[in-house]
Design a binder for this molecule. Structure first.
Ligand SMILES: C[C@@H](NS(C)(=O)=O)c1cncc(N2C(=O)c3ccc(Cl)cc3C2(C)C)c1
Length: 478
């Protein structure tokens, strides 16, 4: 009720009055651990919002969090993030870096150190000028992927292809992001078996992400005792990731020192040329961009293909838009800007399947959320998975409808899958361009179908992913 003369604004409630999801923090952690409900974290948050309302407090193990899900509360929270926005740290990751004496990358840095790296990296990774330079590289790989799919179909007598795209889409995102980062093709989309080294790298990223989850809630000192195998696997996968990135970096560094680079050859070469970051800082950040660029983009592509397969009318509308946007040869950034419906489809996928499921911040000053006073320094999480499926925020939330993003109505603070503000995902433009170009070439060449129209069950393995990959059928369009 709007406050006016007769109704004074309701008194702000104290922090202690915020509804709580459970009494006992450690029992909560034990129960989470026992029935492995980390992977249902997003469903548990959704249920808590349903039972407790749009704000609640939860304590899992040693950390206490205030969770909100409405755009207005997200807006309030982000306005208090200050100039050094801070997210929940990942102790297992920083423990590995310390153990191996590696410098931290953007994701794990905070304060001045974070800001110094971020401002330099923004120019090459997320700025419009930087994005325009690597767009052609992504387009080449997306075209090659369509060719790769045609070759797979021709192998099939029935001239259509029903595959588990999981591994193939992972190869696409690794091939594309590596080409943009290093200016080098890994050859993952050529026939014949890809090099075992690259397969091992892809597997290591998945293992690292999977073993991160159980370590998320364990205080750093305990983790190597609590579950030796998980910690050992975690370390081993990190070592594989760093070895791979180091090899790629050595190649570029060698060429950079030896010859004058003729033309743009990727983000890494630009960073070396500009020499505004130390080699250690470049290595730490390029490793994050390399490893962070695989699953995060592949999985939303798989969800998008599935949704387009079970919403054929949306698929047809997108194919029309792609046809008219590519009717005459133009600069790639103009083609991408001419496909609002395709951009809306990606927003729709990330609304229903946000890879990060929450966006976290520590407010720099006291903030009022849902009329409760939340003290500065309290961990606050925006439950974007719950927000994306809430009828309070989206009309017909279960309906996959990219058009909803074209309407002039107020979408402020509703598309938060890449986070917010100065600390938002630095890979955002790379991921968006990769996904749009992939879908452009696949939709131009194939009709996509799926047998099962049922919802896909999702699990949270540090990244939101399908419990079982959907089986999709690709029929070439002559
Ligand atoms: C899934 C989502 N979680 S989030 C950031 O919203 O909480 C996310 C979004 N963008 C990037 C990532 N990354 C990875 O996957 C990853 C792997 C290895 C390294 Cl060395 C660095 C990374 C980062 C953090 C870049 C993760």
């Amino acid at each position: 009720p709007a406050a006016d003369a007769r109704h004074p604004p309701p008194k702000v409630q104290p922090f202690e009055a915020i509804p709580r999801s459970s009494r006992n923090a450690w029992l909560n952690l034990y129960q989470f651990w026992r029935n492995d409900s980390f992977q249902n974290f997003h469903y548990i948050m959704e249920r808590n919002f349903r039972n407790l309302g749009p704000i609640y407090r939860e304590t899992v193990g040693s950390h206490d969090s205030v969770n909100v899900m409405l755009p207005s509360d997200a807006a309030q929270l982000f306005q208090t993030e200050g100039i050094f926005p801070r997210r929940m740290g990942i102790d297992a990751w920083t423990a590995h870096r310390r153990l191996r004496n590696h410098r931290l990358g953007l994701f794990l840095l905070n304060g001045e150190e974070w800001r110094a790296d971020r401002l330099v990296l923004n120019r090459e990774v997320i700025s419009p000028a930087g994005t325009r330079k690597f767009l052609p590289f992504l387009n080449t790989v997306a075209e090659d992927f369509a060719g790769f799919l045609h070759r797979q179909v021709r192998k099939n007598t029935r001239r259509l292809l029903t595959v588990d795209l999981y591994q193939d889409v992972f190869r696409f995102t690794l091939e594309a992001s590596s080409y943009a980062l290093y200016g080098e093709r890994l050859g993952l989309l050529e026939d014949g078996s890809p090099s075992p080294e690259n397969e091992r790298f892809i597997q290591a990223v998945q293992t690292m992400l999977e073993t991160t989850l159980p370590l998320l809630f364990v205080p750093p000192g305990l983790m190597r005792w609590v579950n030796h195998k998980v910690w050992h696997d975690h370390l081993a996968s990190w070592d594989t990731i760093f070895t791979h990135a180091d090899k790629c970096i050595q190649n570029i560094y060698q060429e950079h020192c030896l010859g004058e680079p003729r033309k743009y050859s990727g983000i890494m070469a630009e960073l070396l040329l500009k020499a505004e970051l130390s080699l250690d800082a470049i290595k730490a950040n390029i490793t994050e961009l390399t490893a962070g660029g695989v699953d995060t983009t592949a999985i939303p592509l798989i969800f998008t293909l599935f949704e387009l397969a079970r919403n054929p009318q949306v698929q047809t509308a997108l194919r029309e838009e792609i046809k008219s946007a590519t009717a005459q040869p133009r600069e790639l950034s103009q083609v991408l800007n001419d496909m609002p419906l395709l951009k809306g489809a990606i927003k729709e996928t990330l609304r229903l399947y946000p890879v990060g499921i929450t966006v976290q911040r520590y407010p720099m000053r006291d903030v009022v959320l849902q009329n409760y006073c939340v003290p500065a320094g309290t961990l606050c999480q925006v439950g974007i998975y719950a927000m994306g499926r809430s009828p309070k925020v989206f009309e017909d939330p279960e309906c996959y409808n990219p058009k909803r993003w074209l309407k002039k109505d107020d979408n402020a603070f509703k598309a938060l899958a890449f986070g917010f503000g100065a600390r938002q995902c630095i890979g955002r433009r790379l991921a968006e361009a990769e996904m749009m170009l992939f879908l452009l070439h696949v939709l131009r060449n194939f009709k996509i179908d799926t047998v099962s129209k049922a919802d896909i069950k999702t699990v949270f393995g540090f990244i939101l992913m399908p419990e079982k990959p959907p089986l999709l059928t690709f029929r070439p369009i002559d």
